[in-house]
Design a protein around this ligand. Structure first.
Ligand SMILES: NC(=O)c1ccc[n+]([C@@H]2O[C@H](COP(=O)([O-])OP(=O)(O)OC[C@H]3O[C@@H](n4cnc5c(N)ncnc54)[C@H](O)[C@@H]3O)[C@@H](O)[C@H]2O)c1
Length: 425
């Protein structure tokens, strides 16, 4: 609970942390030139005037800058966390104290408090939902249908959320259109690959301070996040093994130079295991039974179900925290297995999440997609929609411009050539 008084409706850890949060938020904004451009446009044209937004996102410095941008565009916002361990309490504090934004999120909150905070966001009678993982949308469609009255559309940030929304749309239960931010090229090509790749390593190192060079590093899932992670682990000198269930991704990993094998085989030789699949029980009893003593396990997929911690807990004779974010499971046969960050997204649990310069593009897509939903909600179906290509390309164009990188343009002759099927030789 806050120690300093505020008139803004909030539930944050301590408003006295706001000074640190403000400095960090401003630092991140320097690396978000695309969002800076959008903020300037929003301040001028007020496209979100009178719009109420409920946002369920990881409360990080980058998210803070997105929230401030939306506020500057005229929106009123209530922000809650999208994971009980990912909130940066100093950022929550500055958003409330310095920017007047309502935040309900505390790092380490229980599951009950997590949902209480989501309910607080729903209490604001949102017109737009902004979700990361679909918990807000799920809550609205199940426990809190009363909050659906004014909702005209939403956005979804991550792979797992998009998968859940597509399942809802397929069953015909999704009550409003949602834009799949994750599916924009300027999101998953960069955020998932380079952002998750780097920040997952950052999380592992901050939690453990281990040397990656020479260790056997197992990556479960060779999707966008897994590719980035495997490449970065190799760059630090680890021997990387990839596990997959998709034969095409498995061949890709092989041809990228990684060893590919089943998790059962990898379990016997791995020193560090990271799951990034969006699936459940990817590491389970059979694998725990084969692991070397000292094996380190963590997850960077959206939910904490990728490692079967319930079973590991049952296999353990005792468990204790040996460092912050490192829990030791002592197994009955004498082996010890270490789990980082309670099996939750390790890059957000023990580190700060993705670097701002990559979130710049993801959140530029968010801001522009909110504007798109407002203009088009009555013309698009209650379904999951891609980010319009012109938004995706505009984000890329602005990013290149900010990096002072010029690219070539098609000449009229080239345009004609590419558009014709008669020109061959
Ligand atoms: N940590 C973060 O900050 C962060 C950022 C972006 C995405 N995510 C999350 O990470 C997860 C992966 O996202 P992505 O964009 O890489 O998805 P993706 O769909 O591109 O890749 C997932 C891969 O996992 C593989 N897979 C599924 N089940 C498996 C199993 N049992 N064993 C091995 N491989 C398996 C799939 O075949 C696929 O190749 C999602 O939950 C997503 O929401 C996390």
């Amino acid at each position: 609970m806050s120690t300093t008084k505020t008139t803004v409706d909030c539930d944050v850890k301590d408003l006295a942390l706001a000074d640190i949060g403000k400095r960090r938020t401003e630092w991140a904004f320097q690396s978000m030139p695309v969002l800076q451009t959008i903020r300037k446009q929003f301040i001028k044209s007020q496209p979100l005037a009178g719009v109420r937004i409920a946002a369920c996102l990881h409360v990080t410095t980058e998210t803070a800058n997105l929230m401030i941008t939306l506020r500057d565009g005229g929106a009123s916002i209530v922000l809650c966390g999208s994971n009980p361990l990912s909130t940066q309490d100093d950022v929550a504090a500055t958003l409330v104290r310095d920017y007047g934004i309502s935040v309900h999120a505390i790092k380490g909150e229980s599951n009950d408090v997590y949902y209480k905070h989501i309910n607080s966001a729903i209490d604001s009678k949102p017109m737009i939902t902004m979700d990361d993982g679909c918990d807000l949308v799920h809550q609205l469609h199940t426990q809190r249908q009363d909050g659906l009255t004014d909702v005209i559309g939403g956005t979804e940030e991550t792979t797992t959320g998009v998968i859940r929304l597509q399942a809802m749309a397929k069953e015909g239960v999704l009550r409003y259109p949602v834009i799949a931010i994750n599916d924009a090229m300027t999101k998953h090509f960069f955020d998932n690959r380079y952002g998750t790749g780097q920040s997952t390593i950052d999380g592992i190192l901050r939690a453990t301070n281990i040397l990656l060079a020479g260790c056997t590093f197992v990556v479960a899932g060779y999707g966008w996040c897994g590719r980035g992670l495997a490449t970065r682990a190799r760059g630090l000198g680890a021997n990387v093994i990839v596990t997959e269930i998709d034969p095409i991704k498995a061949i890709e990993a092989l041809m990228d130079g990684f060893r590919v094998m089943s998790m059962a085989e990898a379990a016997e030789i791995g020193d560090i295991f990271v799951t990034v699949t969006g699936n459940k029980s990817v590491i389970a009893r059979d694998h725990f039974e084969r692991m070397k003593s000292g094996a380190i396990l963590c997850n960077s997929g959206h939910f904490n179900v990728e490692i079967d911690l319930e079973t590991l807990g049952k296999m353990a004779s005792s468990r204790k925290e040996v460092r912050e974010f490192v829990e030791e499971f002592a197994l009955r046969d004498g082996r010890r297995i270490y789990v980082l960050g309670e099996g939750r997204l390790i890059n957000l649990a023990s580190a700060e999440g993705h670097p701002a310069s990559v979130m710049d593009m993801s959140f530029a897509n968010q801001a522009l997609s909110v504007q798109y939903v407002l203009a088009n909600h009555d013309k698009i179906a209650k379904n999951v929609h891609s980010v319009p290509d012109d938004i995706d390309r505009e984000v890329a164009r602005l990013k290149l411009e900010a990096m002072s990188v010029k690219i070539d343009k098609l000449t009229p002759e080239q345009e004609k050539y590419l558009g014709s099927w008669s020109e061959g030789t």
